[in-house]
Design a protein around this ligand. Structure first.
Ligand SMILES: [Zn+2]
Length: 246
């Protein structure tokens, strides 16, 4: 089960280490594209502040101590590196609209980006993708690099109560009650986009019927399932790159 904490400092450090691990995994999976992409974790004490990667730092180099804390106005209040304007514009609005979302993840991963150009949602064609059945939205608009919080608000509105959104002509966005969950949903959603692109290219995939897709969604798409699925990845990346915890 997700841990409980005896102090806010302990919880903050835990979230930052999970976030650093998330970036290392994003790098390992090749989800980086230049300086694009951001994963955020709400601060456990200052709930309108979030921790995020410094703008221009490679995902594969990020340590917990490199993360910066950004307030609701977009000021960096801890750390001496800048914040990506798009990270603030999108994530500040998602965290504000979704008090339950402790974390949010977005990057320009290849298959998510390719799938996003189709402007449609993922079909229930595999067990894994059922995690997103009736639980992801399509932001069916594109207005350039998101640097305005008004645009972030529109994305948050499209996301609604779902765990994920496909941003047309842009990429994927996921949220979670934990960093672990948001990162896991991103990884498995990216793979689900890859699988649907492959299956659609090869033929006409058979759909899982709606009733069974809903049942499967309850099995693989719960907050706990998302958190739990991340644990082996966390253990692997920490064993391989222990400096991320610093
Ligand atoms: Zn983006």
């Amino acid at each position: 089960m997700p841990p409980t904490f005896s102090s806010v400092d302990e919880e903050r450090q835990y979230r930052k280490q999970r976030l650093a691990a998330g970036f290392r995994l994003f790098s390992k999976f090749g989800f980086d594209e230049g300086v694009a992409g951001h994963i955020t974790a709400r601060d456990p004490e200052l709930d309108d502040h979030f921790w995020v990667n410094p703008f221009g730092m490679h995902f594969g180099h990020i340590k917990a101590s490199d993360l910066i804390l950004v307030n609701h106005q977009g000021d960096v209040v801890q750390g001496d590196r800048p914040v990506n304007g798009a990270a603030f514009a999108i994530h500040s609005q998602v965290h504000a609209a979704r008090p339950d979302a402790v974390a949010a993840a977005h990057s320009h991963s290849t298959y998510g980006r390719a799938f996003s150009t189709l402007g449609k949602s993922l079909a229930p064609i595999t067990q894994d993708v059922c995690a997103f059945y009736d639980d992801h939205a399509v932001f069916d608009d594109y207005t350039g690099v998101v640097l305005d919080t008004e645009e972030g608000k529109r994305i948050a509105h499209a996301l609604g109560d779902n765990k994920a959104a496909i941003l047309r002509n842009h990429g994927l966005l996921t949220v979670g009650h934990t960093v672990d969950e948001a990162v896991w949903w991103f990884i498995t959603m990216e793979r689900s986009c890859q699988v649907q692109l492959l299956a659609d290219a090869a033929g006409s995939p058979v759909l899982i019927d709606p009733e069974m897709a809903k049942i499967t969604s309850g099995q693989v798409g719960s907050h706990f399932a998302g958190w739990f699925s991340f644990q082996p990845l966390y253990e692997r990346i920490v064993r391989e790159q222990p400096d991320l915890l610093e």
